[in-house]
Design a binder for this molecule. Sequence first.
Ligand code: NAD
Ligand code: G6P
Ligand code: MN
Ligand code: MN
Length: 435
Amino acid sequence: GIKIATIGGGSSYTPELVEGFIKRYAELPVRELWLVDIEEGKEKLEIVGAMAKRMVKAAGVDCTVHLTLDRREALKDADFVTTQFRVGLLAAREKDERIPLSHGMMGQETNGAGGMFKAFRTIPVILDIVKDMKELCPNAWLIDFTNPAGMVTEAVLRYGNWDKVVGLCNIPVGATKQAAEKSGEAEEDLFFKFAGINHFHWHRVWSKSGKEITNDLIDKYFAPDAEKEALVANIQDAEFIYEQVKHLGMLPCPYHHYYYITKEMLEHQIEDFNQNGTRAEVVKRLEDSLFELYKDPNLDYKPEELSKRGGAHYSDAACEIINSIYNDKRSIMVVSTRNNGTIDDLPYDCAVEVSSIITSHGPEPLNWGKFPPAQRGYLQMMKSMEELTIEAAVTGDYATALQAFTQNPLVNAGREAQQILDEMLVAHEAHLPQF
Ligand code: NAD
Ligand code: G6P
Ligand code: MN
Ligand code: MN
């Protein structure tokens, strides 16, 4: 049987994961699921853990759910380690969103100043986890859902010297489902090629007959008369400029809104903030009502309410990757993995988010080649910003952090960048031992 250790087990997403394992039990016999959390998350862990136990029992599968605050006990001889932790909890996310906004900049969980600070807090912890894995489960795969998933994956590869890591995002899963719906073709009949980096990738789509339908989909999604439909719950609805996305010749990801129509998105965010507070506060309320549901001793399935979170399809992504590695299924999935020349415009050693064949030895990315100038320059800048952010997270070097801030397109460069960096370093001090 398989042993899974899930770090950040008190997450409200845990029922997604459990549902995914239950669904695949015949192929993927998970016998032990260890949910790990920390003291601050103990109460959540107990509530969602009890719910996980009920789900497993109701499904009648032979799997034991363990709850622990002892990470080492959970990692011992694990086959797969999945991560879904949030360093500093939602209180830290709130600062990531609120402080930039108070300076007239985008405040977002994985983008701009907030995203860089989430990396600063998270990367030391993931490197610590890797250190434990080397000792306690040296053959395990690390499946990282913790954001910023692309930078976390790159940190593990470059600074953790750990190759068996896959970074995960639910966006591509949603995008493939949406394409199937909009094209009227079955998902398995379509062929997708995604390339770029986490939350900054583009994709192309082909139908079974061999015809590329990318441009048709651009029209269906973004033409002035198209019926607009948000792909994820956490990103404000705003319209791309049709001529500009059409010129890309590829489908952008929802996070491109922040870069392609920055001012509109900022205005949206301010409006949203004035009405509902930060996304962290909205999520906190959602989470509270989810945990109220999870407390119900009769609830033994994933409630519909969870779909109001941005991470829908998490289980499709995480469980299917594990399944494909375990059974050498060679499914094509979109993951963050080492570039190795897949995207010619980016360094060999960096993490990229690309369509890959998931084998028993890990992801084999499908070659992409070069991007046209519209994508290339922006992508290269975003990647070097990520490299600087990761380096600053590891070393705690102030000038490197400032350089990352200077380069991030969602941060106003110059003294404004320095001011917001300084303010956030103080605000997050408790979770930044390296600085
Ligand atoms: P959450 O706030 O519920 O945190 C999950 C748990 O992590 C909490 O119970 C917390 O106590 C625990 N935790 C914090 N620090 C820890 C540590 N050092 N060790 C172990 N546990 C720790 O978070 P959430 O909203 O469920 O999101 C979890 C993570 O998943 C976040 O990093 C979020 O950004 C990420 N996420 C990623 C995607 C994606 O596409 N990759 C989608 C949604 C969420
Ligand atoms: C999805 C993304 C995640 C993101 C999350 C936020 O868009 O793929 O990486 O951080 O949702 O969801 P939330 O409900 O926490 O705002
Ligand atoms: Mn994501
Ligand atoms: Mn800038």
